[in-house]
Design a protein around this ligand. Structure first.
Ligand code: F6R
Length: 634
């Protein structure tokens, strides 16, 4: 939810920390702040609003004080920075991180929610501590300062290890989910971090080390990273990385190499990351498919700790995810049930565990998450594991919590997705789900290798089809300008077109802040058709007539029904489908694709439409209001 950066090295920390925050701003942009340790002093600055507000403030300070770094505060080589998505306390200057204890020496930043904060705050206030913010984080700052004072009083010398020891004590008192980073003016050169149920990775540099919520923050400086385990403390200095558990016992992380470079996290000439990520979809699909089919025709996942025998015993599948990832799961259900004949249910992660789903050893739970950190999905995963179900994760982020806790993983190789609205994550999740369906069908002996290879070959054709579609997308941009003032936009589809309709509506809501709803086309006449007024735009996703002509004809009838009631119909159909022409006020042809795979192409015009309408309405396409990329609270 929030973005966190820490640096210990020899270079001025402020520029490095600010640069890291720029790359993490997609995680939250309600406020930003930094704390730099400079000549035994702690210098902090923080500001409500986007990072640009903080940068402006720093520039003003620099102009007024001639700051050493030219950025308004000193150029010490140790620092931390934070970009916030508010949970406890509104998005104001005083609630922005870092938070400091009363002595002003300790600064703490935090991602997550400290669930016992009210109790802790009460205790601290009873002991005379005065709070300066409404945040739960401030408790951690006061507790850390108190732990340091006690340890020093007991004769401990100032050293980086003292900071780690104090942090261990703090973590033992905290409940909930947190990543914490802290510095202490009296212990220069060290940054301590802690994590429980919230992301934190270490960047291993030469004579400098980094801590961050996500590798994007330090990818420009190093591609060597360390994944931390649950309930671990990490202490970095310029030359060392020490990891312990919350009891101070030595622990270790897992080294990994990041296989994309800094340019992947740059806009590369596009106005918005989202537009760049839409254009990257053909490559993202190709990368996700790479090496999936072995020479003897077997589908390969990435990490599989479930035996083929157990996969053969699966008698029920749940797909669990949130938002866009949930829509990819809805599409997956059609393919998986069709190919494997195993009953498959799709559930919102936030609902799943609260309704006591029936799970056992022969249930396979597929969790889908771009970030691998979505708390609702993580909690659903843990619930499934408690019930002894096997969990297979589809994830785009190596080293994140969800794949680590799963029994098997299929990584989508979409590369970093910076725009808050998911695009390439969605399409690569679809590809991953198709592969899972084929793998299950293969393991269970339902599909022969040549049948699997035929579907994989169709998938391999999708990148080229998308390139062609994206090359002639201009009319969709023009349409966006026409639709930008519509009071409401409706989306209809059947079969796999239904989740596409939901996804199109979600994109429009989150980016353009317009009323938009997706419906199963056949359901419209049971109520929602009353919404249709003269000129109401209705975007209709039409399935291929090939193979399932009845499905196609039903949607064409639904288009006629809405048009008869005054709707302005915007029809997305496959090339050569002349049957829709008489009923389309605006027709968008997409390349021919087999029905089950069609969402890989029909979704793309809807992504472009939403981004362009948002831009035409003057909104920030990459960072829509009230949202954050990675939702690490329930
Ligand atoms: C919408 C969007 C969200 C995410 C959802 C799950 O454009 O991006 O709905 O899909 O928050 O996130 P992950 O996939 O990271 O679990």
């Amino acid at each position: 939810m929030c973005g966190i950066v820490g640096y210990a090295g020899a270079r001025p920390a402020l520029e490095i920390v600010l640069d890291g925050l720029r790359r993490l701003e997609y995680r939250g942009y309600d406020s930003a702040g930094v704390a730099i340790v400079c000549d035994g002093e702690l210098q902090t600055e923080k500001k409500a609003g986007k990072l640009a507000n903080l940068e402006k403030l720093l520039a003003e300070r620099a102009a007024a004080t001639d700051g050493d770094s030219g950025l308004g505060i000193g150029d010490g080589p140790t620092g931390i920075g934070h970009t916030r998505w508010a949970t406890h306390g509104g998005p104001t200057d005083r609630n922005a991180h870092p938070h400091q204890a009363s002595d002003g020496d300790v600064a703490v930043i935090h991602n997550g929610i400290i669930e016992n904060f009210a109790k802790l705050r009460g205790e601290l206030e009873d002991a005379g501590v005065q709070f300066r913010s409404d945040t739960d984080t401030e408790c951690a700052a006061h507790l850390l300062a108190a732990a340091l004072t006690e340890l020093r009083a007991a004769g401990e010398e100032n050293s980086p290890q003292l900071l780690a020891k104090a942090m261990q004590q703090v973590c033992l008192r905290l409940e909930g989910a947190f990543t914490l980073l802290a510095v202490d003016a009296a212990i220069p050169g060290a940054v301590v971090g802690a994590r429980r149920n919230s992301p934190l990775v270490v960047g291993r540099g030469q004579g400098e080390n980094y801590l961050a919520s996500d590798v994007a923050a330090f990818i420009e400086h190093t591609r060597e990273a360390v994944e931390l385990g649950q309930d671990q403390i990490v202490l970095i200095t310029a030359d060392t990385i020490e990891i312990t558990d919350f009891d101070g016992q030595p622990a270790s992380g897992t080294d990994f190499h990041v296989d994309w470079d800094a340019s992947a996290a740059e806009k590369g000439g596009y106005d918005w990351f989202m537009l760049k990520e839409i254009e990257e979809q053909p490559q993202a699909i190709a990368d996700t498919l790479l090496g999936r089919l072995t020479e003897n025709g077997q589908i390969m996942l990435d990490e599989v700790r479930i035996s083929d025998e157990d996969l053969r015993d699966v008698d029920k599948i749940f797909i669990v995810a949130c938002g866009t990832a949930y829509h990819s799961g809805m599409v997956a259900k059609y393919a998986i049930e069709h190919w494997t004949r195993i009953p498959c249910e799709v559930e919102l992660a936030s609902e799943f565990r609260y309704r006591d789903p029936v799970l056992d050893r022969s249930t396979l739970v597929v969790v889908i998450s771009q970030s691998g950190e979505t708390m609702d999905t993580l909690m659903a995963l843990r619930h499934a594991k408690e019930q002894k179900a096997r969990v297979l994760a589809v994830c785009n982020t190596n080293g994140s919590t969800i794949p680590r806790e799963s029994d098997a993983v299929l990584y989508t190789h979409g590369g970093p997705e910076i725009a808050v609205a998911s695009t390439k994550a969605f399409l690569t999740q679809l590809v991953a789900c198709y592969l899972i369906g084929l793998h299950l069908a293969q393991v269970r002996g339902i599909k022969y290798a040549d049948e699997v290879a035929a579907v994989v070959a169709q998938l391999h054709q999708v990148p080229e089809k998308l390139r062609e579609l994206l090359g002639r997308i201009e009319p969709v941009r023009e349409l966006a300008r026409e639709l930008k003032s519509a009071p409401t936009v409706l989306f209809i589809g059947r079969h796999v077109g239904y989740p596409v309709a939901l996804e199109g509506a979600l994109k429009l809501k989150e980016l353009a802040y317009m009323h938009a709803e997706g419906f199963a086309a056949g359901e419209l006449k049971h109520g929602p058709i009353a919404l249709i007024d003269e000129g109401t735009p209705v975007i209709c996703i039409v399935p291929s007539a090939a193979g399932r002509s009845m499905l196609h004809d039903k949607v064409v009838s639904n288009i006629q029904e809405v048009r008869a009631r005054g709707a302005r119909t915007i029809v997305i159909a496959e090339e050569g489908d002349r049957a829709v022409e008489p009923y389309a006020d605006h027709l968008i042809y997409v390349p021919r694709t087999p029905t089950l795979l069609a969402p890989l192409v029909t979704t793309v015009p809807l992504q472009v439409l939403a981004a362009e309408i948002a831009a035409a309405r003057g909104h920030d396409v990459d960072q829509p209001r009230n949202l954050a990329k990675s939702v690490t609270v329930e």
